[in-house]
Design a protein around this ligand. Structure first.
Ligand code: BGP
Length: 478
């Protein structure tokens, strides 16, 4: 649909940005925090820096929140580090960890910025992994339940928007990359067991939030990559549907309806990979009624037919930031991914596709009729301070302008979208590429090789976004 006027955003739309504890905080051995599995995973990503310092938000909370307020934010999405709150297997609450997040939340509230809090963003405490068996074992369910209840009780008087597990679908689809497959002998089978346990953790969090947080709302955070068929060949359309099911719909149906779809049950049966579903599990999943979807969307995919006899190819992410390294996977009998000649790409081969944003919002609204907020979307780039001491990130401004415009178009189409929180506020550690791939509206003066003075420098995109926020999405400065 085309419209005669620019989009109009709701008056109470939540404009902000996003981060995750392990990627922004640093201070990994301070304030009683114990190690998380992602700390160890980030150490394997050399030549990139690990997460021990990153943006050092742990020591810059007041300065960072003041910058958010200067930008005009009405929301900020961040995550809580489980091992700061519960550092050991005795389950004792760490008062210093609680105090740290209290100081952040109080600072946000004092600046009228709505906190949006992720409970789990890849950073399982090492003690959960080593002493309880991590995601492989049902013992994690009670430990997670304890942790989230501590968070709801400690912060629920001020935090009303909660997010359960970040990109569970990506953790299962790309288990190797995110370190979730550690210790698995047969990942293709065991991942569905891990997934079921994650679903139970998510469900417990939803139930506990509604029980403990007056007026609290909670939703999952799928990573969503719209998938287009490569051509109008009917086989390509079915391949695109297969890809949609196997990377996204299986999860979204479960969150929305509290049950496993016929598609996934059949898939498990055909491959003899049924997870261990015990009495009471399905009742718990059904009882977990989410309030909204939080959606992360950066790019789109193209799928095409892949015959059963074709050779299997594993997806390989671009790790260098030099275009052309991404390897499109082939899953014989299901689908294969391919390049899209109609869109540009970033230096990491991520498709730059603003229409994908509108597509996702339309698709999710049509399927689930739940409010939605964008919790990640952004432009990763190589960046160094210019001679004038500034960052002129026009490409990021263009990216954000087009993406946000399409959020507006989806609202014009009738979708219920309540906020936009791009990745990321400050530069922070990229999951794949350390400090070499920057997303921030605010530059952090540090590199993978050396920790520098960690000075905060507002990029041009900071000023552009600030103007857009202050006009509630009217001043596009084209
Ligand atoms: C999302 C994760 C984030 C973030 C982002 C960008 O999937 O939720 O944690 O890292 O991707 O990815 P990358 O940093 O690898 O470019």
């Amino acid at each position: 649909m085309y419209y005669k006027k620019d989009p109009v955003f709701p008056a109470d739309f939540l404009w902000g940005a996003s981060s995750a504890a392990w990627q922004v905080e640093g201070g990994v051995a301070e304030g009683g925090r114990t190690p998380a599995i992602i700390d160890l995973n980030s150490k394997t990503k050399k030549p990139y820096a690990d997460n021990s310092v990153t943006a050092d938000h742990y020591h810059h909370v007041k300065e960072d929140v003041a910058l958010m307020a200067e930008c005009g934010f009405s929301s900020y999405r961040f995550s809580i580090s489980w091992s700061r709150i519960i550092p050991r297997s005795d389950g004792e609450v760490n008062p210093e960890g609680v105090a740290f997040y209290n100081s952040l939340i109080d600072e946000l509230v004092a600046h009228r910025i709505t906190p949006i809090v992720t409970l789990y963003h890849y950073d399982m405490p090492v003690w959960v992994d080593e002493e309880l068996g991590g995601w492989h074992s049902r013992r994690v369910i009670d430990a997670f339940d304890h942790y989230v209840r501590v968070c709801f009780n400690a912060f629920g008087d001020r935090v009303k928007y909660w997010l359960s597990i970040n990109e569970q679908n990506m953790q299962i689809c790309y288990g190797k990359w995110l370190g979730v497959d550690k210790g698995c002998k047969d990942w293709e089978k065991e991942k569905w067991q891990i997934n079921h346990i994650m679903n139970l953790c998510h469900a417990k969090a939803v139930v506990a939030c509604h029980e403990l947080v007056p007026g609290g709302k909670i939703g999952p955070v799928p990573g969503y990559v719209p998938i287009y068929p490569e051509s109008c060949r009917p086989e390509d359309q079915i391949a695109a549907m297969n890809a949609e099911e196997l990377t996204e719909k299986i999860w979204n149906d479960l969150y929305a309806y509290g049950e496993y779809s016929g598609f996934v049950r059949k898939y498990w049966r055909d491959h003899d990979i049924d997870p261990d579903i015990r009495p009471g599990d399905m009742e718990l999943l059904k009882a977990a009624k989410i309030d909204f979807f939080a959606l992360n969307c950066y790019r789109s995919n193209v799928a095409k037919d892949c015959k059963p006899g074709d050779a299997h190819t594993e997806l390989q992410l671009n790790k260098s930031g030099v275009k052309g390294e991404f390897v499109y996977p082939k899953y014989p009998g299901e689908y294969q991914l391919a390049a899209n000649p109609f869109v540009e790409t970033t230096d990491w081969d991520w498709e730059i596709d603003p229409i994908a944003m509108r597509y996702m919002l339309r698709y999710m609204w049509d399927h689930y009729h739940l409010p939605m907020m964008i919790t990640e979307n952004g432009f990763g780039a190589h960046e160094t301070l210019g001679e004038d001491g500034r960052i002129h990130d026009q490409a990021r401004i263009d990216f954000l302008r087009q993406q946000i415009y399409q959020v507006g178009m989806a609202i014009m189409d009738g979708c219920d979208v309540i906020g936009y929180n791009p990745w990321s506020f400050t530069d922070l550690l990229s999951t794949g590429n350390g400090m070499a791939k920057r997303y921030g509206l605010v530059f952090i003066n540090t590199t993978d090789e050396d920790v520098l003075d960690l000075r905060r420098v507002k990029k041009d995109s900071f000023y552009w976004y600030s103007n857009l926020i202050r006009s509630n999405g009217q001043d596009w400065q084209r």
